[in-house]
Design a protein around this ligand. Structure first.
Ligand code: MN
Length: 493
């Protein structure tokens, strides 16, 4: 770790970067932290340097790297945000101020959890770059966790696993999410971590010999069909993600085909589908294991074609096919918008930003007490599905949401007046769990007074729940008023 290495990384990625300003920020931070030590005993400046190095390695722009170098200055030293603003400008100062605010937590236990999550939402809504730096900060803290006492280790790891990783995932930052999870997993559940490590090692050593052969054959076939290949490599599944799948598959490890997968990166979407066809001609596909996340992206924006095929001696291998742009989005998500090579479409950016605004609204309206946190966790961090309206609008819902959830997500009135639905043109009951890609059409009865309280038994979203309850309450009020007026009218004078 050194400033020279950081400057080199930046220069390689971005020849036009202002290296002098980065060096200035380093000198400023080094002076401010002078004499301070990390828990490990090493000079404190190594920490902000590691954070900046990580941000530079994922190719983020100069302002973010500088904010990374300065991120602990106002928290731990006598220099203030004002000083930083004077020296480095208001944009960098406001990022550093955002990170400093995130760091200051008053409460303990569950309250602390709520406070922390709330602050993160505010930070994301204010400026996503703050959260990206915070992720880099947390990654380095997790890597140096061994120097802390055990109870602190566990708390930080758990917080990273339950809070930071899901947010990174929701922002589409797959690579950071995977790293945050694997680094924390080791401290949160050491036994299962070791088990997954063992399964992963075994599986990749069994696969390796055949995999090289399969890769070679496939590569040749793609080349002879003139598909231009940008990259073709094996990827090993992250440990915590493997663990989740392991549990989901009732610990039947033989049914998990993607511990090691082959990743094909090609220039265009047409090349993706062409590759899929060639791979299927070469290797027989496993039925029902083809996933087209290009036509139907995951809610966090993830796009790829996945297919599992029988190769060589019947060994099942998963292929993941995507363009370079999809690959970058999958690894870096929203952070890709601040990478030096900006080539994102405006539309994509607008979609991401609208999600951020949605978060800001949620934290303002929903987030009022401790109980809400559990609800919020369920609604926002579990897997999401996309359901289409007949007109082609996409509604983003949690997994297993029902047509009633869908109706309320469209409009309160649609929810209140819904009497039935068609899913993919089939009449279906209102409690049918929806699947990703379904087309749902809600049948409404304009004369219907309000929702059925029985729906509360199966709806999945807080939006639907709270609106059914609100209606029940207000209509109960009406009912009582009605009765009172009847009683009044009939009272003997
Ligand atoms: Mn820090």
């Amino acid at each position: 770790m050194s400033i020279e290495r950081l400057l080199n990384t930046v220069k390689n990625n971005n020849p036009e970067a202002d290296l002098d300003l980065i060096r200035l920020a380093y000198d400023y931070a080094a002076k401010a932290h002078d004499g301070q030590k990390r828990a490990s005993g090493e000079p404190y400046i190594n920490h902000p340097l590691a954070v900046a190095q990580y941000l530079a390695e994922i190719n983020l722009d100069t302002a973010i790297i500088i904010a990374g170098l300065l991120h602990d200055v106002p928290e731990d030293t006598s220099a203030t945000i004002k000083d930083i603003e004077k020296n480095f400008g208001s944009d960098i100062a406001s990022m550093v101020a955002g990170i400093t605010k995130l760091g200051k937590l008053k409460y303990r236990g569950v309250e602390r959890y709520v406070e922390n999550l709330r602050k993160m939402f505010i930070a994301i809504a204010q400026d996503v770059r703050i959260m990206i730096i915070k992720f880099a900060d947390r990654l380095h803290n997790l890597k140096t966790l061994d120097s802390l006492p055990e109870n602190k280790r566990y708390r930080i790891a758990l917080e990273s696993l339950e809070m930071f990783a899901p947010i990174a995932g929701r922002l589409g930052m797959g690579e950071i999410k995977g790293q945050l999870e694997d680094l924390s997993f080791k401290y949160v559940d050491a036994e299962n971590y070791q088990l997954m490590l063992k399964l992963q090692t075994e599986s990749s050593s069994v696969h390796q010999k055949n995999l090289d052969k399969i890769k070679e054959i496939t590569e040749k076939e793609l080349a002879s069909a003139r598909v231009p290949i940008i990259s073709f490599h094996g990827r090993i599944k992250h440990l915590y993600s493997l663990f989740r799948k392991f549990i989901r598959y009732n610990k039947e490890i033989d049914k998990i085909y993607d511990i090691v997968a082959l990743r094909v990166i090609v220039p265009t979407i047409a090349d993706c589908y062409a590759s899929l066809g060639i791979i299927h001609k070469l290797w027989r596909p496993v039925p029902n294991r083809i996933k087209d996340y290009i036509a139907q992206p995951k809610p966090n924006g993830y796009q790829s074609l996945h297919t599992a095929t029988f190769c060589l001696e019947g060994q099942i291998v998963e292929f993941q096919i995507r363009t370079e742009k999809m690959h970058e989005e999958a690894e870096y998500g929203i952070a890709a918008h601040w990478q030096y090579k900006e080539h994102k479409t405006g539309e994509n950016k607008a979609k991401q930003i609208s999600w951020i605004n949605e978060l800001a609204q949620i934290q303002k309206t929903v987030f009022k007490n401790v109980k809400d946190i559990e609800n919020l966790k369920i609604d926002f961090f579990q897997n999401r599905i996309f359901v289409w309206t007949p007109r082609g609008d996409i509604i983003d819902l949690p997994e297993a949401a029902t047509p009633v959830d869908f109706a309320y997500a469209i409009h309160t009135d649609v929810g209140n007046k819904c009497v039935g639905c068609r899913i993919n043109n089939q009449l279906s009951s209102l409690d049918t769990p929806l699947k990703n890609g379904d087309i749902a059409e809600i049948i409404i009865d304009k004369k219907r007074k309000g929702p059925n309280p029985g729906w509360l038994k199966f709806v999945k979203t807080n939006g639907a729940k709270s609106r059914i309850k609100t209606y029940a309450k207000s209509s109960l009020g009406d009912w009582i008023k009605d009765k009172l007026s009847i009683i009044k009218e009939n009272l003997p004078n």
